[in-house]
Design a protein. Sequence first.
Length: 102
Amino acid sequence: MNDRCKQLGGYLVQFDNKHEASFVARYLDSIRGGGPYFTGITDEDSEGRFNTYNDKKPVIFVKWRWFQPDNWWNEDCVEIWKTGFNDRHCGTRGKYICEVPA
């Protein structure tokens, strides 16, 4: 996923604050039904400590879906839904969002 984003000159989307995450969730809901879409948030390096994949900045504002994150079957990647974030296995095929700097 991130390799494809790099080919486009960007990276998997990461959120600078909760308002940006809410904006993206609402936008995705309006065009494609609310998700899920992989993001550039992961806890691969340290279980339970979520950072941006691209620059390793800590992410502390995530609005999780009910009973998430649960690390079911070693889920280290994060996807966004209309209703919040969910941890998901990184090897799962799915849609993703690239962020390309202007």
